[in-house]
Each structure stands twice: as structure tokens, then as C-alpha cells.
Design a protein around this ligand. Structure first.
Ligand SMILES: NC(=O)c1ccc[n+]([C@@H]2O[C@H](COP(=O)([O-])OP(=O)(O)OC[C@H]3O[C@@H](n4cnc5c(N)ncnc54)[C@H](OP(=O)(O)O)[C@@H]3O)[C@@H](O)[C@H]2O)c1
Length: 306
């Protein structure tokens, strides 16, 4: 089968290519998915899990990409809950070969059924952004109706979903980003927008939850904005500055079949819209990884046509 691989940690992107790889092995409780559309995270060549398995052993050549939408073609020993021919979407394991491939082996529990009327290209944009936004706001941030949440990077993949989910939960939403993001973020349902380049972050006052996707100085300065009993949530790096009388949480997104199914329902109902940016074929994945100005939204790799 054809797959995108990376071979040499030191070479990084220069070592990424379209390669012939063996068809994957379905381990216990796995499914093999024929990948129709895949998502990746631009920074994943810096993740240790891209290069080593759970025991820290070299696992190159490895296949990047951890989001998929596709069709189940094989069940591993003991696998229940999914069937051959079923449309699915979800999150692939971090320390195994990923989704920039024609076929991939995934633990069945990491996937949810995909309704027939949701396009694979849209579904592949949802797993990381959708689950991260939900877990950050509600599991870690404990955001509830009537509270105020400050969402940094609100026009991005995670932030744009977070704005929509927080708004629907009845929270007051302050989104941040660059000047050009203002109309888009307000259009997603934010009550207020702060341009981080020209406006003073400290003017937003106290909030119950900060949801940060930017890190650095923006994250450090946000700790002081957390109201007593509130939470600073970040998905970039463990925070250096803690809220005076609140919690600080850094987390890595976890698979969750039930939540994926809920996100798919919201998508079908028109209550949630992931931002799909460029859609490119598998052979163009190395170019899509390259740094540079991107079309706003999640870049999706279309691996197989329907
Ligand atoms: N821990 C986890 O489980 C987890 C899960 C998902 C993602 N992540 C990480 O979270 C980060 C965000 O992911 P994403 O998919 O949402 O990325 P994204 O789509 O690039 O969104 C980031 C947004 O923040 C904006 N932004 C960044 N720096 C800014 C600044 N200094 N001032 C104003 N706006 C700024 C970006 O604007 P521009 O595009 O104009 O720069 C963009 O709109 C990435 O580092 C990703 O690796 C972690």
C-alpha cells in the first residue's frame, strides 16, 4: 500500500516521502480502516511518539497523521462494536503508524460510526479539534452555563470548535486572535473579540476559564485573568505561571467514542462546523506539512476517493 513515511528524526521533513509500505496487521481489538481522508498536526514531527513506540524504541519508518475518516475493511481478534463495511472516523494511536496511508490499524474503541450524510473530508477535520475542545472546556475547565470563557486562537482548528461548543453550552465567550480573525470568530458565536496584536488582553477582566492554544507570553499573562476557583487550560505546554487562586491544567487529547458520536450529531444538525482548509492528495502531504502561509482551517489529505 502507499503511505507517507518519515525515516530520520534529524532529517525531519526532508526525510518525508510517499513510500510502499506493508499492509498493516490487525492486532487484538483493532480494525483495519481503508482511509478516505486524513488529518495531521503540523508540529507532529517534533513529538517523541512520532519516532518511538511506547517503550521508547525506534519505530521508523513511521507514518504520520492521527485523524481519519474511512471504511472498516477488517476486524482484529475479539473486536466488537464495529463491522466490515462500516463508515468510521476518529483518532489513531500516537505511537503506532498513522493515517497518511491507504490502510491503517486502529483500536476500534478510538473510532465512532460515521453517518452516511457526513463527508469523509469534513469528518477527518473533527477528531483532534473536536475532542480537544470538548475535553478542554468541560472535562478539564469545568465550564458551565452562565460562566465566562476566554478562548485564545479562536479562529484556529481547536479554538473555532471551542467557541461553538462554549456558546451552545450557554457560556459568555471572549475569543482572541489576529485582526483578520475578528468577523469569523464573532460569526461562530463569540460575544467579544480581542485582537492580541493591538488590544490589551488584560482589559477583558476576570474570567472563569481560559482555554489557551497559543502558549508563551499569552499563556503566562492569562493566569492573572482567572477568577478565584477558575481554571487555566492549555494544550501547548505545561504552564509556568499559575492562577493565584485557581487550577492550571495542561492535557493531551484522549480518544472518546461516545463524544465523537455526539460531535457527529451536532455536525449533522448544523450546530457545529469544523473549518476545513486545503484538501490535497496523499502525494502532496509533504508539501502540506511544510511551514508557510496556509489556507485557514484544517488541511485535509484526501487519500482515497469514495
Ligand atoms: N495537547 C493536545 O492534545 C493538543 C490537541 C490539539 C492541538 N494541540 C496544539 O495546539 C496548538 C493549536 O492547534 P490548532 O489546530 O488549533 O492550530 P491552528 O489551527 O493553527 O490555530 C491556532 C490559532 O491561533 C492563532 N495564533 C497563534 N499565535 C497567535 C498570536 N501570537 N496572536 C494571535 N493569534 C495567534 C493562529 O493564527 P495564525 O494562523 O494567523 O497564526 C490560529 O488562528 C498547536 O500547537 C497544536 O499542536 C494540542
Amino acid at each position: 500500500m502507499q503511505a507517507i513515511t518519515v525515516r530520520d528524526r534529524n532529517a525531519g521533513l526532508a526525510g518525508m516521502s510517499l513510500t510502499d509500505m506493508p499492509y498493516p496487521h490487525a492486532a487484538e481489538n483493532d480494525v483495519i480502516v481503508r482511509v478516505h481522508a486524513a488529518g495531521f498536526t503540523p508540529g507532529e514531527l517534533d513529538w517523541p511518539a512520532t519516532w518511538t513506540d511506547r517503550a521508547g524504541r525506534d519505530r521508523t519508518p513511521s507514518v504520520p497523521g492521527h485523524e481519519l475518516s474511512g471504511v472498516v475493511v477488517e476486524l482484529g481478534y475479539g473486536t466488537t462494536g464495529l463491522s466490515v463495511g462500516q463508515r468510521v472516523f476518529g483518532l489513531a494511536d500516537w505511537t503506532r503508524n498513522g493515517t497518511l496511508a491507504e490502510y491503517t490499524a486502529v483500536e476500534a474503541r478510538n473510532l465512532a460510526p460515521l453517518p452516511a450524510d457526513i463527508d469523509h473530508t469534513v469528518a477527518a477535520a473533527l477528531p483532534i479539534s473536536g475532542l480537544t475542545a470538548w475535553q478542554g472546556l468541560f472535562d478539564h475547565g469545568r465550564l458551565t452555563t452562565g460562566q465566562t470563557v476566554l478562548i485564545h486562537g479562536a479562529a484556529g482548528g481547536v479554538g473555532s470548535i471551542a467557541v461553538q461548543l462554549a456558546r451552545e453550552a450557554g457560556a459568555r465567550v471572549i475569543g482572541t486572535g489576529r485582526a483578520a480573525d475578528r468577523d469569523g470568530v464573532l460569526g461562530l458565536g463569540a460575544d467579544t473579540f480581542v485582537d492580541l496584536q493591538t488590544e490589551k488582553l488584560e482589559d477583558v477582566g476576570e474570567v472563569d476559564v481560559v482555554f489557551d492554544v497559543i502558549g508563551g507570553d499569552i499563556l503566562d499573562r492569562s493566569a492573572a485573568l482567572v477568577r478565584a476557583g477558575g481554571t487555566l487550560v492549555t494544550i501547548v505546554l505545561p504552564p509556568k505561571v499559575q492562577p493565584r487562586d485557581g487550577r492550571a491544567v495542561f492535557f493531551v487529547v484522549e480518544p472518546d467514542r461516545a463524544r465523537l458520536a455526539d460531535l457527529a450529531t451536532r455536525l449533522r444538525d448544523g450546530r457545529l462546523k469544523p473549518l476545513v482548509g486545503a484538501v490535497r492528495p496523499l502525494a502532496e502531504a509533504p508539501a502540506a506539512f511544510a511551514p508557510g502561509r496556509r489556507i485557514p482551517g484544517k488541511t485535509i489529505i484526501r487519500v482515497t476517493e469514495d
